[in-house]
Design a binder for this molecule. Structure first.
Ligand code: NAD
Ligand code: UDP
Length: 341
């Protein structure tokens, strides 16, 4: 934002979470006035330490299922537990956060000039039968399983937001985010990267679920946030579609659907465990535990659309991203206990 220009306001729901807090920092760097909302279900105010020192950041303790009284030109809807352990601990809260959260934001945005960037997920593809997954794939989701509160909640939110776009012209941009990791993940997050790193740093065996041959594609948080910001920026997109942002009466809605954001490099979970052990320099054991129900066998984004529309191109490979994440976990563990355990 140029000097002297009025600051635009960005609202980030789920601001105290892993991705939300990185987004807040990046938006402050870009010159936005940033309002963060979070109910701290899985978030941590410690993630907002840097933002809290910035006079342009404002935190509201709140639940997105209730009405939202903040008006912002740009809304990033990131509120929702994302780790299977957490989202399955309160399935009702997970499903209602996705669906009612999206509804409240549409109510806020309707009739106003406002862009909603929504954090959807690769989980909308379920246990995919098409590989890699393009946005045109409709998915293979169990509607009544243990993961359904998350998967179907996210699918329903996508439906609701697209209906609002068609019916009321709400400018909606949907990011289908694939497994993202990095500094600030909670110790007890429960997702595989943080589990393996915490286990390795504590000298405990790594818990590999199933045979470890299932795959995921891991994106470092910095790359992901760049993709989210590119998706939020109206100008290049509108230019691409021949619209001007200030053109009276031109609904500033780029005619594209959801966009996959992730790093297409695919690894088995066993390969991930071995990489973590190489980085931590540990010869710890890998132990097997049962594969959770409906655990997808494979996952890899087709990012052609993100490349073409947004110029999105993840730069940080797994080894470098894991190294940076390990350094962050080591520092936080050392803060907790002088022995780092
Ligand atoms: P996270 O659990 O660290 O963050 C979620 C945040 O939302 C937390 O701060 C939590 O307290 C808050 N929250 C939950 N319910 C709320 C409610 N009802 N009202 C207000 N705040 C609420 O998870 P994350 O990894 O940062 O994920 C953020 C978003 O990105 C989620 O919507 C998630 O579905 C999506 N996403 C993340 C990934 C990933 O790999 N990290 C992948 C796909 C999608
Ligand atoms: N996983 C594992 N050990 C763990 C946690 C997860 O082997 O301690 C596996 C899990 O079964 C899945 C993969 O790692 O196959 C990714 O799990 P995560 O919970 O990170 O994300 P998601 O399943 O939602 O992609």
């Amino acid at each position: 934002m140029g000097l002297g220009a009025a600051r635009k306001t960005a609202l980030v729901t789920g601001a105290a979470g892993f991705l939300g807090s990185h987004l807040v920092d990046r938006l402050l760097d870009e010159g936005y006035e940033v309002v963060g909302i979070d109910n701290l279900m899985t978030g941590d105010l410690g993630n907002l330490e840097r933002a809290g020192r910035d006079p342009h950041f404002h935190f509201q303790m709140g639940d997105v299922r209730e009405s939202i009284h903040v008006y912002a030109e740009l809304v990033f809807n990131f509120a929702c537990p994302a780790s299977p352990v957490h989202y399955q601990s309160d399935p009702h809260a997970t499903l209602t956060t996705s669906v009612l959260g999206a509804l409240r934001l549409v109510e806020m945005a309707r009739g106003r000039r406002c862009t909603i960037v929504h954090a959807s997920t690769s989980e909308v593809y379920g246990d995919p039968t098409v590989h890699p997954q393009p946005e045109s794939y409709w998915g293979n989701v169990n509607p009544i399983g243990e993961r359904s509160c998350y998967d179907e909640g996210k699918r329903c939110a996508e439906t609701l937001l697209n209906d609002a776009r068609r019916a009321w012209g709400v400018d909606v941009r949907i990011a289908r985010i694939f497994n993202t990791y990095g500094p600030r993940m909670a110790f007890d997050d429960g997702r595989v990267v943080s589990n393996f790193i915490v286990q390795a740093l504590r000298g405990k065996p790594l818990t590999l679920f199933g045979d470890g041959k299932q795959t995921r594609s891991f994106c470092f948080v910095k790359d992901l946030i760049e993709g989210i910001l590119a998706l939020a920026r109206p100008e290049p997109l509108l230019g691409r579609w021949g619209l001007r942002p200030d053109e009276p009466g031109s609904a500033p809605i780029p005619p594209f659907g959801p966009v996959n954001l992730g790093n297409p490099e695919e690894f088995t979970i066993r390969e991930l465990a071995e990489e973590v052990l190489r980085i931590v320099g540990s010869d710890l054991e890998i132990i097997h535990a049962p594969l959770p129900a409906d655990d997808p066998r494979q996952r890899k984004p087709d990012i052609t659309r993100a490349r073409e529309l947004l110029g999105f191109s993840p730069r940080i490979g797994l080894r470098d991203g894991l190294r940076a994440t390990v350094v962050d976990f080591q520092a936080r563990l050392a803060e907790r206990s002088p022995k780092g355990r």
